[in-house]
Design a protein around this ligand. Structure first.
Ligand SMILES: Cc1cc2nc3c(=O)[nH]c(=O)nc-3n(C[C@H](O)[C@H](O)[C@H](O)COP(=O)(O)OP(=O)(O)OC[C@H]3O[C@@H](n4cnc5c(N)ncnc54)[C@H](O)[C@@H]3O)c2cc1C
Length: 317
């Protein structure tokens, strides 16, 4: 007897579904680390109807799902993710400028906003020059430097939660911390309004150029990475602690602590997620032993359980 397709399978094979569906898609194709096993489904949702329909079906079937932007802050397990990875396509990539604000889809790149602001002689985004990723990923991570972050620029943000529907909130209604935001775990960020401030064009150019130059001098940009692996502990630089502990150049398999910046673990060619995890644990142990400091990962782990072993999935975005 033929098995019945689940509602999720029916949705994904329906010709009217406005999205691109890739079963068993290697996540190494969608992460800046170029690491990660297959997602059961990788789906690019092109419209709000496709996105909300997909999330609702996942929620009804208790199928794990996560949102993914550029994959520039994630480490996906070698075993992959046995759920649906959702990226934002066509209708979520637009950006327009009105009344001193950028209205941006969460699937647009953060760099497109930075460049647009620069062209218009507007400031407020210089800290983000050279930060890869989408606007949605940046909001979720509250991307930024130590002193400035994207949450400060958010006027409003629109999200979708299964069971709650579309939500529009002011940026001031959310909590923004160091690489954290108060979006619910099962909340997909769809679009936002970002405030820009008038700026002197010469000072703006100077700030952009010096931020970019600092990044080029201090980060290993030629190799695949996820950016900073750990969060800076209060009052300390994790890169310096790792450097002083003599860990630069330490490696496990194809993963290596960067010689350029101690808080970057690079994929030197053939690193697996297990290599990166093992090296992260080594670094944590050494830093704890030397300084009594417990490092907390900044990188989001996908497809690992709480102890860092593959298995249980993170449930939502
Ligand atoms: C070379 C390099 C330099 C970097 N420099 C910086 C830096 O200076 N400052 C900094 O803060 N970060 C930096 N990063 C890290 C990373 O680029 C940022 O955190 C970025 O904002 C992540 O965006 P993304 O679209 O790639 O998100 P992803 O990595 O795809 O996802 C990150 C998290 O956001 C969630 N997410 C993504 N999209 C959505 C959405 N639409 N709705 C809800 N949740 C979503 C994901 O589920 C995941 O939990 C750097 C990374 C690299 C590789």
């Amino acid at each position: 007897m033929a098995r019945h397709a689940s509602p999720l399978q029916s949705l994904l094979v329906d010709d009217r579904f406005d999205g691109d569906v890739y079963p068993n898609e290697p996540m190494s194709r969608h992460t800046t680390y170029r690491i990660g096993g297959p997602a059961r489904f990788f789906v690019r949702a092109n419209s709000i109807g496709a996105l909300t329909g997909l999330i609702d079906v996942c929620a009804a079937e208790a199928m794990p799902w996560i949102m993914l932007g550029r994959g520039s802050n994630v480490l996906v397990a070698d075993e992959g993710f046995s759920g649906v990875v959702i990226a934002l396509g066509r209708d979520f990539r637009s950006s327009r400028f009105e009344d001193g604000r950028f209205m941006v889809g969460a699937g647009a790149t953060l760099s497109s906003v930075v460049q647009d602001a620069f062209r218009r002689n507007l400031g407020g985004f210089e800290f983000a020059v050279g930060t890869p990723g989408t606007v949605g990923g940046a909001l979720r991570m509250n991307a930024g430097s130590r002193e400035e972050w994207i949450g400060e620029r958010v006027v409003t943000v629109t999200t979708y939660r299964p069971g709650r529907g579309l939500l529009r909130r002011r940026g001031s209604e959310l909590d923004w911390g160091y690489r954290t935001s108060s979006f619910a775990p099962d909340e997909a960020i769809l679009e936002c309004e970002l405030a820009a401030v008038p700026a002197d064009p010469f000072q703006l150019r100077d700030r952009m150029e010096s931020n970019l130059a600092r990044r080029q001098q201090t980060q290993p940009l030629a190799l695949p990475t996820c950016g900073s692996v750990f969060k800076n502990p209060e009052g300390a630089s994790v890169g310096r602690l790792i450097d002083e502990a003599g860990l630069k150049g330490a490696s496990v398999g194809g993963a290596r602590v960067s010689d350029v910046h101690g808080n970057f673990i690079v994929n030197a060619g053939s690193a697996t997620a297990a290599d990166v995890r093992a090296l992260m644990e080594h670094v944590r142990r050494c830093v704890r032993a030397n300084y009594g400091v417990d490092l907390v990962p900044e990188v989001r782990l996908v497809g690992f359980d709480g102890a860092g072993r593959p298995g249980r999935e993170e449930r939502h975005g």
